[in-house]
Design a protein. Structure first.
Length: 104
């Protein structure tokens, strides 16, 4: 029986890598990283159920690790943004942002 590749390895890579720049947008990359991690986990479960039928599990492992690291980075940045808004306040952050825009 010929081994077939697992389907979504490229999609997992793309979603994980796109979520890293989205981290700078308030941590919203957590959505795409979470989707990539969920897809990788489901693909690996499919591999664990029948390991003789699939061939590219190493790509899925790598994509899952990348998605997990980016997911953690996004979660930490989201916590940082929430903490900044809570301690400084939204109006003060907007004032500081306007001052930075005027200087540049």
């Amino acid at each position: 029986m010929e081994k077939q590749p697992l389907q979504y390895s490229t999609l997992i890579y793309i979603l994980a890598i796109i979520s890293l720049p989205l981290c700078c947008c308030g941590g919203f990359g957590i959505i795409t990283a979470g989707i990539a991690f969920f897809i990788a986990r489901s693909e690996l479960n499919k591999f664990y159920d029948n390991p003789d039928a699939y061939s590219n599990q190493d790509n899925i492992y790598t994509g899952k690790i990348i998605a997990l690291v980016v997911l953690i980075i996004n979660a930490l940045y989201m916590v940082y943004v929430a903490y900044s808004i809570y301690t400084i306040g939204w109006s003060e952050l907007m004032r500081q942002s306007e001052e930075m825009m005027k200087t540049y």
